[in-house]
Design a binder for this molecule. Structure first.
Ligand SMILES: Cc1cc2nc3c(=O)[nH]c(=O)nc-3n(C[C@H](O)[C@H](O)[C@H](O)COP(=O)(O)OP(=O)(O)OC[C@H]3O[C@@H](n4cnc5c(N)ncnc54)[C@H](O)[C@@H]3O)c2cc1C
Length: 418
């Protein structure tokens, strides 16, 4: 630690906490508390029973919207490469769908169906509908309007077009279709404006991932303070005083710091604060998180033939006008996966999975972007105007790596580390 450096605790070892640690460690003495046995949070590398190390959640990022994240990777000397970002949409009831496998393999397995008039019409309607939605956004017509209402008013978003659009938004948010429909239209349309390259033909070259997966940057970010990470940490409360803050552990030990950075989720941060201020209660208390089920498995029985299972395959049902979908990542599309890899990571699975083919059944937390939580986003930086406690995480923006990194970076700026 430099002279004049501070003792800083970071609570949470997801990408926000690790990035905060990486920058703050340049001038200060950091200690990171992680409640689980691993770091990375939703950047989750899993070693399968066959010995493959695969990312079961976060895997990809678009060049256009991830400026801080790519700058950080550059600093770490980590290169990225284009990755498969094709999508397949498979109706579980009719067992038919649209498989955007734009290759000879795609044509071989679905014939000219790929370029059928109906499919081309659905895609054209999607892009026309999006343009009209954007015009309404720019004209200020979508204030206090849910995405569901916005789509109802745009006839382009019917039938397959609605399925494709909602599926892509489920992928981009980790929320389920009914939650996406209840979210503010402005939130999702602004997110698509920023990340325009991830659901357009540009995705083919713009969506990238790191060879060897997320563990590459998870390890690089933490390399310099690895010995100061406390795993399986059970914090009881964090109490502020005039001289800093004390992290009180469930085992009765207390650790005093000059400052504490909460890089866990906002509801978790609020639960840890001994005497939250009114502003903290208002801003952090507005957030609901979802315990999203993620199952890694090898049961392909509900899927189209393997060549049509794309990096993102949506298995959906449309019953009584309500869509339910699961987002399925075919893990053999990850650059580090061996050729014979047959694992699928299913988020919110809506189909039967044979028990003996399940590798991992877990919960990953994800923020629900609704009117109450979205309204706090512009004000969240105000939480960091004090001198003792600071906050960062993907909820400071659109819920993505870019937002986690940008918010951690701005906390580090306050300590003169960037
Ligand atoms: C299935 C899925 C797929 C995703 N795919 C992508 C993608 O491809 N690209 C992308 O950019 N984003 C993706 N995301 C979004 C992803 O969540 C964010 O990009 C980002 O990783 C969130 O980082 P974070 O540090 O803010 O929070 P988290 O990753 O949630 O990390 C919070 C950490 O705090 C720890 N913690 C909580 N409470 C305590 C406590 N009391 N004490 C100590 N530690 C605590 C947790 O254990 C966790 O490690 C995906 C999310 C999900 C769920």
């Amino acid at each position: 630690m430099n002279s004049g450096g501070k003792r800083i605790a970071i609570i949470g070892g997801g990408i926000a906490g690790l990035t905060a640690g990486y920058y703050l460690n340049r001038r200060h003495d950091v200690a990171l508390f992680e409640k689980s046995a691993r770091i990375g949070g939703n950047a989750y590398s899993h070693r399968t029973s066959k010995g493959e190390i695969l990312d079961i959640a976060v895997a990809a990022s678009g060049k256009a919207g991830y400026k801080n994240f790519y700058a950080l990777l550059d600093e770490l000397g980590i290169s990225t490469q284009p990755c498969n970002s094709y999508m397949s949409f498979h109706n579980l009831d009719t067992r038919k769908g649209l498989y955007l496998t734009l290759s000879a393999k795609g044509v071989r397995y679905q014939g000219l169906e790929l370029l059928s008039a109906a499919n081309l019409r659905s895609l054209a309607k999607l892009f026309l509908g999006l343009q009209r939605a954007r015009r309404r956004l720019n004209a200020g017509m979508l204030k206090n309007v849910t995405l569901g209402r916005c789509l109802q008013d745009l006839p382009e978003f019917s039938g397959d077009t609605e399925v494709f659009f909602l599926s892509a938004l489920c992928l981009l948010s980790s929320m389920e279709a009914h939650e996406v429909l209840a979210a503010p239209a402005e939130f999702f349309l602004n997110k698509l404006k920023t990340h325009f390259d991830v659901i357009s033909p540009k995705a083919m070259y713009s969506v990238r991932c790191v060879r060897d997966g997320t563990r590459r940057y998870v390890n690089a970010l933490s390399a310099r303070y690895r010995g100061k990470i406390r795993f399986n940490a059970v914090i009881r409360t964090v109490e502020r005083s005039s001289g800093g803050a004390t992290v009180m552990m469930a085992d009765g030990s207390n650790h005093h710091f000059d400052a504490v950075v909460f890089a866990c989720n906002p509801d978790q941060a609020l639960a840890l604060l001994a005497q939250p201020t009114r502003m903290e209660k208002k801003l952090l208390g507005a957030w609901r998180y979802k315990d999203g089920r993620v199952v890694v498995h090898r049961d392909h029985s509900s899927f189209p033939p393997r060549p049509l299972i794309e990096a993102y395959t949506f298995l959906y049902t449309m019953r009584d006008g309500k869509m339910r979908t699961s987002v399925n990542g075919a893990l053999w599309h990850e650059p580090q996966a061996p050729k014979d890899c047959d694992y699928i990571s299913a988020q919110h699975p809506n189909y039967p999975i044979r028990g003996d083919l399940i590798e991992l059944d877990t919960i990953l937390r994800t923020p629900i972007f609704d009117f109450a939580s979205c309204a706090t986003i512009p004000d969240l930086p105000q939480l960091n105007n004090g001198r003792t406690t600071f906050f960062c995480g993907s909820y400071f923006g659109y819920g993505l790596h870019e937002d986690a990194v940008a918010s951690a970076r701005s906390v580090a700026e306050r300590f003169g580390c960037v």
